[in-house]
Design a protein around this ligand. Structure first.
Ligand code: GLA
Length: 823
């Protein structure tokens, strides 16, 4: 029994004297002090509760209290005001079926001085053979815990759920509405709410009280906690869900909403997560961008007011702002020190991450964008929000990324333990201008140089409206008869004959108005009646909420991926929503489009993955428009940007690597930026390597560099793709970009140095090595004519290397050096 002063006493008053109320002595009972509380589990097996209550005479006639007895959230009895000297009041209550009993003493609102309170002769009568009642923790606490991180919630006296602590902060006992775990609007909560509902009767208020919590172990690697809340006045249930992966310090959090009101309720806001942070030293790092300029970091301290990161473009989350961010709890985030919580919303549509700093706390509200997205939830239907992924690090950004990457290899994308093949793409080489012979001509030099997979890009389909540029043909997925008279099969066979795997480009969600598909089904597109069609890249989005469109797109994908010999596909999406009108959804359900489109998309992606489990998939959206962990689950990699200039890519890869392992980041060698072949190849092979070149047109010298790069990539990919990443020198703050990968057994490390500006030579210090192991230094794919590393061929202990560093041999802008530290 918790006591507001001192410790509750068995068979004595709070001050250690015999229990005495109004002059009457009692041999048995509990002496306590307001405010006091006890919870007991009765399992529905109790008959009666009997006691005599009053203020103990040890208070000298002073004191004023109220006794309250609650059974299963219902108040069974309250004493009203009792003052010192009043004779004991006998209480007998029936407890049939009661599971939880709460005994409370309050100070009756006038302060707790002298509030010595006795539960004299207190007894619970159980039915015969029932187990004894068991005392529960005074308040329900729910702890969401990983190896080095926890979020603690507590049920308040008002039965609302409050966040008590996050990270390693001390638990906070003053529970105010600003710390409510999932605050609903309209009944006292005045800040940005997590939940906003219009009930069937028009009532705009919701209250959420704690019901119960369940925790289930999932196959040993994760634990699922579900905290059930309910509205006492409406049959509305909200379940806060947390899946913890303890070893990765990673939590997936989402919310489930369900009701039994007579008609649909309207969900206006429904956050996935709503954690509260102490604003002292809190910094937010987020990433903005544009087409061909994705993922630019900004770091700023949060200030009072609401900071919103969002997108309102529907069919993809990213382009201008990525749904991933970093909260640093100790000022500006650093690579190797400070407490970090990274967040990444698993949603490929309009999103909102709002940081509401109300002066006292910062609440991070993340989830679907409430913008124009009212959702009418039918009785009994469960609304599941997207998952928010949180990753904790007590030692800066580096540790955070390594945990994120290790988790992602197991759970975040496909075949994460399988190093990726060398890919040759024709897009930058041919654009739309090719036919059977032109493509086959690319195969021999590709094979010769060591490529393993060929990817045929946009331009292979369309007959009445041939896809010879981006103005026509999208939607008509039959191979173009002039370019491929016998379809695609001879092409994949020609690739197979040369030992090359074959991949293909598709954009199943889109249509050009100049297409047979549009001629047949003009009403299949997302558009606003009475408005002129708003084209982007001359195309429109098909309305995937329509069952006929779902069937069509599935057929398109099946048709393409079933061509014998196709082992890889690039799934593109080159525009977003600007006129959110659906011909399928009814007039009063138009606001569902944002959500239903993305749900239907995931269904299609999941079906594709199931039907073609061996086909590798690249996620692409006009560059890096769809980079999030919801879509990535069905894919192997993503195309991060249509910018392939390695000077820009090196930095962009650095920034994507905060959240995504570089084996998911496609990086192709092109002529963009006119950099040296050695530099271009070096940057590309640090990520998921590919080439987008006409190899026949390369100079002999460049061809040699490419061939050597491919051999090197094959030699290092098990380390760069399956090992741990250490970001060493940040290109935003230094003249060079340095990072290294260390194999999980620490036997090998690959160090990349990309020179961003001319600078003096200085050592780069590797990290993550075994201090006691020896490593031999060897430059990989050295640049012809450049002097060797001064440490070439020599052996050093890990601790020496980490302290003194390695001196690379590049010092001019756009030069690179790749070094192996091996046995
Ligand atoms: C998008 C992609 C490119 C290429 C073209 C083809 O822009 O990002 O890589 O596939 O489409 O039209």
């Amino acid at each position: 029994m918790a006591s507001g002063w001192g410790t509750a006493q068995r068979n004595l008053s709070i001050s250690g004297t015999p229990l005495t109320i109004g002059g009457q002595k009692f041999a048995r009972g509990v002496g306590t002090h307001a405010n006091s509380r006890m919870r007991l589990a009765l399992y529905g097996k109790a008959k009666r509760f009997l006691t005599k209550v009053g203020v103990d005479d040890s208070a000298g006639g002073k004191g004023s209290v109220e006794f309250i007895i609650t059974a299963d959230t219902k108040v069974l009895w309250r004493s009203g005001l009792i003052t010192g000297g009043t004779p004991a009041i006998p209480v007998t209550l029936k407890l049939d079926g009661v599971r939880e009993l709460i005994l409370e003493v309050t100070d009756h609102g006038d302060g707790s001085g002298y509030d010595h309170a006795d539960w004299a002769d207190a007894a619970i009568e159980m039915i015969d053979s029932a187990a004894k009642p068991v005392a529960l923790p005074t308040y329900d606490t729910v702890v969401i815990k990983t190896d080095h991180f926890s979020v603690q919630f507590r049920v308040g006296d008002d039965r609302r759920l409050y966040q008590q602590s996050i990270g390693l902060e001390n638990a906070d006992d003053t529970l105010t509405r600003t710390e409510e775990a999932y605050p609903p609007s309209g009944n006292g909560y005045i800040w940005e709410p997590a939940l906003q509902v219009i009930h069937t009767d028009g009532n705009t208020s919701t209250d959420l009280l704690f019901n119960r919590v369940t925790q289930t172990n999932e196959a040993g690697h994760s634990e699922l906690t579900k905290i059930q809340l309910h509205d006492p006045a409406y049959p509305l249930e909200v379940v806060l869900c947390f899946r913890t992966y303890p070893a990765f310090d990673l939590i997936e959090q989402w919310t489930e909403i369900r009701h039994r009101e007579s008609n649909p309720i309207q969900l206006i806001r429904m956050a996935s997560s709503s954690l509260v942070f102490n604003p002292t030293n809190l910094n937010l790092m987020h990433f903005f961008g544009d087409w061909a300029a994705e993922m630019n970091p900004v770091t700023e301290p949060l200030t009072p007011g609401i900071k919103i990161l969002d997108s309102k473009i529907g069919v993809r989350a990213h382009q201008y702002s990525n749904p991933s961010f970093i909260l640093s709890l100790d000022g500006r985030p650093a690579e190797n020190a400070g407490r970090i919580l990274a967040g990444s919303l698993a949603w490929s549509g309009s999103f909102q991450c709002a940081f509401d700093y109300n002066g006292g706390q910062v609440r991070a509200l993340t989830g679907l964008n409430p913008f124009a997205s009212i959702y009418h939830l039918a009785k009994g239907e469960i609304f599941t929000t997207p998952a928010m992924i949180w990753v904790w690090s007590g030692h800066g950004l580096g540790e955070m990324s390594r945990k994120f990457h290790s988790w992602a290899r197991d759970f975040g994308f496909r075949d994460g333990h399988q190093p990726r093949e060398v890919l040759l793409n024709n897009w930058e080489a041919t654009g739309f201008d090719f036919d059977f012979n032109r493509i086959v001509a690319l195969f021999d030099p590709a094979k010769e140089i060591g490529a393993e997979l060929f990817l045929l890009d946009d331009g292979w389909f369309g007959n009445k409206f041939p896809r010879i540029d981006d103005r026509a043909g999208l939607g008509d997925w039959a191979p173009n008869r002039l370019r491929f008279p016998n379809g695609l099969a001879p092409l994949t066979a020609a690739a197979e004959k040369r030992g090359l795997h074959f991949g293909i480009w598709m954009e199943p969600e889109m249509v050009n108005p100049k297409s047979e598909l549009f001629e047949r089904h003009p009403n299949w597109v997302i558009a606003q009646p009475k408005r002129e069609l708003d084209l982007q890249r001359n195309q429109l989005v098909l309305d995937l909420t329509r069952p006929d469109v779902q069937k069509f797109e599935q057929k398109v994908i099946w048709g393409i991926l079933n061509v014998p010999g196709i082992t890889y596909a690039k799934w593109d999406c080159n525009r977003f929503l600007t006129q959110p009108g659906s011909s399928w959804l009814s007039a009063d359900r138009q606001s569902h489009l944002w959500i239903e489109y993305v749900r239907a998309l995931y269904k299609l992606m999941a079906q594709t993955m199931e039907a073609f489990p061996k086909t590798e998939l690249m996620l692409c959206s006009g560059g890096g428009g769809r980079v999030d962990y919801a879509a990535l689950k069905y894919f192997h990699e993503f195309w991060p940007s249509d910018t392939t200039d390695p000077m820009i890519r090196a930095t962009m890869q650095w920034d994507y690597s905060y959240f995504f392992p570089l084996m998911t980041v496609a990086s192709h060698v092109t002529h963009s930026g006119n950099r040296s072949m050695h530099f271009t190849c070096s940057v590309a092979m640090s990520a998921r390597f590919g080439m987008d070149l006409d190899l026949a047109k390369l100079s002999a010298a460049d061809k040699v560099v490419c061939a050597r790069t491919i051999a090197t990539y094959k030699h290092i990919r098990s380390v760069t793709q399956l090992g741990d990443l250490y970001r060493l020198e940040n290109p935003h703050a230094n003249p060079r970009c340095c990072m290294s990968f260390v194999s999980k057994d620490q036997a090998r490390s690959i160090l990349f140095v990309f020179q961003m500006r001319d600078a003096e030579l200085k050592p780069v210090r590797p990290e993550g090595l075994d201090p006691k192991k020896s490593y031999v230094i060897r430059e990989l794919n050295p640049l012809t004519g450049r002097h060797l590393l001064s440490q070439e061929g020599k052996s050093f202990r890990g601790d020496e290397l980490m302290q003194n560093g390695i001196i690379p041999n590049c010092l001019k802008a756009a030069e690179a050096c790749v070094i192996e530290l091996g046995q």
